[in-house]
Design a protein around this ligand. Sequence first.
Ligand code: GLA
Length: 743
Amino acid sequence: MIHYSSSDRSFHLTNGRISYILHIMQNGQVGHRYFGKAIRLAENTSHMNEMSYRPLTAFPDENEFLFSTEHQRQEYPSPNAGDFRMPAVSIRQGNGSNISDFRYQYHCIYDGKPALSGLPASYCESPDEAATLELHLHDAITDIELTLLYTIFRDRCCIARSACFRNGGAPVDLDTAMSMGIDFYDSDFELVQFSGAWSRERHMITTPLRAGVQSVGSVRGHSSHNHNPFIILKRPDTTEHAGESYGFHLVYSGNFLSAAEVDTFGVTRVVQGIHPQNFCWHLVTGESFQTPESLVFWSDEGMNGLSQEIHTLLRTRVARGYWRDRERPILINSWEATTFHFDEEKILAFAEKARDCGVELFVLDDGWFGRRNDDTAGLGDWYPNLEKIPSGITGLSRKITAMGMQFGLWFEPEMVNKDSDLYRAHPDWILQTPKRQVSHGRNQYVLDFSRPEVVDCIYLQMEKILSEADISYVKWDMNRSMTEVYSAALSAKRQGEVFHRYILGVYDLYERLIRRFPHILFESCSSGGGRCDAGMLYYAPQCWASDTTDAHERLLIQYGTSCGYPISSIGAHVAAVPNWQTNRRTPLHTRANTAYFGAFGYELNLHWLPEEEISQIKEQIAFYKQNRRLFQFGTFYRLQSPFTYNSGAWMSVSEDGMQAVCGVYKTLNRPVCGYQKLCLRGLLPDVKYRITGGDKEYTAYGSELMYFGLLISDASSSERRPDMRETCDFDSRLYVITAELEG
Ligand code: GLA
């Protein structure tokens, strides 16, 4: 899959679907030639290089007026020596200079893919699934070796990239160490970013690229609700179903930068990696620094094609472990039902009612530990509050498992309240800058996870409870952004390392818990979707996508999230109305129709509901159990964007194409609205399907459903047709499409 051409010192990574071509430039640095649909090469690729004289260019060699780093497409550019665009690397040296000149030394090509020590990354299960190119470069002045890693997967339109520095010289400061850089030949792109806020995460925002830098990033210590590390560059005419696009996924959960810069000559540079702001890694002699991994995807099958590539890779080669391919249990979570106010009796009654409805997993959320009766106390003290739960977590978990349900528990391992035994014993364990005010968020402070002894202490507390009780699920929360970031355990020179060391501490704790409890299903959470990233997916195969449980808001959030994250990873629950976050009332069936397209569950007190709704919930659960694999692991298509239209729609198709489910979600009723028709995707043209869930049940071949489509007009018009059912704002339909065996 990786071919080296010595005549022009170029490398062609190809698997028949994509080609990625890079080369060693005349100055010994690494240049970029092509990334996109697979191409067949007649000869070497030297003709792909353009060099021409341009005014105001800086040329490194005397009597040379063609070669300049400003005009070369590069792979991992450095600053301050002719290239004025964003660098991928910047190294502050003893004499104050930040110039580096990484020149090719040698390369290795081998089957498989190496793991990145201490960091999440994609992986392969056998060496023939992937091939890796290691490019070894060297900067003579600093004596730093830089290894650029490129892995191509046999069956995926994806290249995994990262960089590793090894310092053989005097100590330096790594100010910028991105995971990847790439220079595209043109700038005819739109940037799709996934931005928002708490409870409004990952809304799709599309803007044309223009001259200059467009970027998203986080310096909050977590990947954040505000922006997601995942971005797309698409061609302006690319739709959900056709056209070219590139996806950039950083496999990392801390501060990040994903940026695109269009230069004067229409070249687009993309860099992605740890955000350089607040980052500075002091690299001493003999030490190495490994960047996180960046996964770079390509598709010419529209944004759905891109998402499907991403879903498959993230679901099967980033997520790991026992739960990776298993259907996820239907859970009920106590948070919106009880908040901090419960006792054992209440919990048992709640669980029993859920069990009777068919729920499989009961999750006890915040409030079970220490003196946690509101958000001012208890974080850090991971032992049960026996006043609330006299049987302790061990006793309670056994009572619930005896009911025939699994039991799950909430933790917020990285945080501490001042009113806690842990803080009283170790007030110096929080992130705080000497002599400065230390900000709180929700009355809580951030434990310094860059310190191994802090991570050890939390591990021991969690290990005790998880080993003593019957726990099969953990919700790992993280409820504030990090401020005044400074570690009492590190020297002044190393304070720029704290953000990254913190995340390494988080990964270390996850890794230890996963190894010790391989059967526990972890769900990541950060006030909902504040740490929904590919890094987390390596440890927790699902993520509580948002604290918004309102069905309409969820439609937007899940629509955006589905662009970059597999459906099985999107935690989605049915909650009560009026909704907590929006005060909106949506029909119960719409709440379920939205949450089905995710790791499904409930987040409400079933005792509040009338019998009629309880029967509806029983039916929902039975229906989801029957179709769970289809929802969680089917091929997902976005059909109609709720960001653009009054109705949003999506569907999932089984691997063999014999079954599908399609959800159509209306926002508001409109008078005298137009007729609506929706073309389905991914069905088998010559298979006859039965369609239920609409106004009438009928059969149709896949070709009709895909090319003519489904009629989805609704009866909100002032003239109602008798064959249409009553409808309301936020109504939805779920069409079930099942192949009929023909004799
Ligand atoms: C965060 C989570 C919620 C819930 C609360 C508990 O906000 O996102 O789901 O667990 O914390 O305090």
